[in-house]
Design a protein around this ligand. Sequence first.
Ligand SMILES: Cc1cc2nc3c(=O)[nH]c(=O)nc-3n(C[C@H](O)[C@H](O)[C@H](O)COP(=O)(O)OP(=O)(O)OC[C@H]3O[C@@H](n4cnc5c(N)ncnc54)[C@H](O)[C@@H]3O)c2cc1C
Length: 426
Amino acid sequence: MKPQKTIIIGAGASGLMAANILAKANHEVVLLEKKHQCGLKLRITGKGRCNLTNSCGRSEYLSHISSPEFFEYAFDNFNNADLMDFFTEKGVELKTERGGRVFPQSDKANDIFFALLKEIEFAENVQIIKNCDVKHLIKDNGKAIGVIANNEKILADNIIICTGGKSYQTTGSTGDGYRILKLLDHQIITPIPALVGLRTENGYPISLQNLEIKNCQVNITDKDKTIIASHFGDITLDEYGVAGPVILSVSREIARAFDEGKEMFLNIDFKPKVSEERLRSEITATFKERRTENAVNIVRKWVQKPMAEEILRVCKINPRTMGYKLTERDVKSILWYLKFRREEIIGDMGWREAIITQGGVSLKEIDKRTMESKKVKNLYVTGELLDLDADTGGYNLQIAFSSAVLAAQSIITKDNKGIKNNYKEK
Ligand SMILES: Cc1cc2nc3c(=O)[nH]c(=O)nc-3n(C[C@H](O)[C@H](O)[C@H](O)COP(=O)(O)OP(=O)(O)OC[C@H]3O[C@@H](n4cnc5c(N)ncnc54)[C@H](O)[C@@H]3O)c2cc1C
């Protein structure tokens, strides 16, 4: 019997994985990539180190995913341990860091990329076509039968579309899949940037750009001061607002509501482990004890120097004021800044900086046991293109990999059951 032919649209994390699984099962694969190179986003993940997954247990894993009830099928079929075995068997040594984050031992995302590429690059049954911009899917009688790319028709038995989201568009993820699938009547949940820095009313002076502040309590509140999202961790300051790990996590939780116009405020508690009362007495006592030191030196007791200068600027305290001259009002303002300062959120840092896209192809239209579209037969949707997203920590790449494995294996299983081959040569 003639091998089944599958077109994969997009050679990112998901497409490369799907190609590996299909190629190993002797399927004919045509991998179409819009850019001049494959895996451009994968190669910059984890700041070039690629946090490919997380080593935590199943229930914790699923708690980090937006729709665990959808993703659990793909995850149980190919979970984090399977993913680690997959790369280890391909000769990539892995290591696990703080918070269960898994990286290649070499700290090189390229090692993950090349491990995926090497099995398919010269395989006889895999054709990789770069600079190939897929514009449309061809449907016949309710089934996907091919694509139009670079003004040519390419036909196949099955199609996996994994064109990614909309962030970091220079890597090729420009949201094409949304348009292509919308034309085939798929519902697209509005894509919005997530895992992204937040813009605030005032931001921080340029001199504080990228300053990292550890162990902060970040709360997002509405206009009635009700907490909407809350995380503890490290932040980085930005001319336009704040970024850093804890802000990325918070941004993912508020992205949809913010996009829908909800007013939101950012409160950073720089000293969350010290109560308000204790900090008040500590500041008062320090003013007295260090009576001949200037205000900057004194405030440095709680924060780094550039931040101490910023606090004094915002609190309108002359940095040269000696401790003995600092007043009760000054105690109050420094306490307010360190624990209670609240700034309105006016936006996010946008698609250029967003790590992921929230939204995408509605999960209602995808069979979670196979990743096949319920609207168009023989069409499979995987990776970030789906309305499925997760926290930082390696979870998003696992979505891309697990959904790809499930789609590829569903195609292989279908083929083994002898489902009629509808592929017609061009
Ligand atoms: C800076 C950054 C760091 C990240 N770090 C991590 C991390 O450490 N851990 C983690 O879990 N996640 C991380 N992510 C998220 C992760 O990279 C994505 O979730 C993942 O790459 C999604 O895989 P994908 O295959 O679905 O899409 P992509 O990797 O985006 O691949 C889509 C591919 O489709 C191609 N394509 C698009 N349109 C067309 C078309 N019309 N025709 C042909 N080809 C097309 C694109 O060129 C691209 O190659 C990071 C993201 C960014 C931006």
